[in-house]
Structures are given as structure tokens and as C-alpha cells.
Design a protein around this ligand. Sequence first.
Ligand code: AMP
Length: 143
Amino acid sequence: MNVAAILKSKGREVLTTTPDATLLDIAKLLGTRRIGCIVVTGIDGKVIGIVSERDIVREIARAGSQVLKEPVASCMTKSVVSCREADTIDRLMSEMTTHRFRHMPVVERGRLVGLVSIGDVVKMRIAEAEMEAAAMRDYIATG
Ligand code: AMP
């Protein structure tokens, strides 16, 4: 199974924002959309950063709630690790574990085409394991 299979099942919609949006704007979006991170794009639509609920909580703990007026560019992670549609789910699990993050934008030819979360990866892994178990049961029953 690969990233393309996840996108086929969950869709390709990705919530993005511009670097001038405030942390309060981002917090509201995360809350209303019930998601954990937002991708930041430049005027050309290219990925220039990623901001997660953890970044916002860390900034508030560091500088107080007035930091919510600051632009997201001040606290986003700029070195974004992305994946491609052909990447395997094993590869994503390994990247997320190594870097200790839970989200990966999917980028093809410089264009953002989806976003995969650790929840999507786990869901797909469980479906895969269930399919393997069912195939094994069929094999044993008919053997
Ligand atoms: P998360 O676990 O995704 O909530 O993010 C934990 C930290 O990793 C935050 O500082 C995020 O900005 C950062 N982060 C999340 N996803 C990525 C990614 N794909 N590439 C680089 N940094 C990321």
C-alpha cells in the first residue's frame, strides 16, 4: 500500500494558509475544522511551512497569549518533510517516527496534492492487516 491509496480513500483536500495569517486565525481554523495542522503556502502555491497545534501551544507557553497576534511565519516549521504518492506506508511510518511529527504533505512536481496524518497511516495499516488475516482464513478453510 502507498500514499496514493490513502489519498484515494480520504480525498485530496488540504487546508492551507498564507504566512501573514495570525496564530489566532490558525488556532480558530484548527478548532473549527477539527484538525491538527495546516500547511503554509507562498503566492505561487508552493509549500513554505507547516504549523501544528504543538507549535501554537509551545509559543503561548514561551511568550504568553499575546503571541496569538503574531503571524504564523514567526513560528511555523520551515524545513518541511514531504512525501510522494508512490511512497509506501512503511516509509511514511518510518519518517514520522524518526522526525517525531504526525503529518506529511504530499507533493508532486512542486504542487501540494494531499496531506497524510499518522491517523490515516494507522487506519490503512489496520485495513491491510485485516485483509491479510481474511485471505489467510480463506486459504486455510479452502485448503
Ligand atoms: P505534529 O506532530 O505534526 O503536530 O508536529 C510536531 C512538530 O513537527 C511541529 O513543530 C510541526 O511544525 C512539525 N512538523 C509537522 N509535520 C511536519 C513535516 N511534515 N515536516 C517538518 N516538520 C513537521
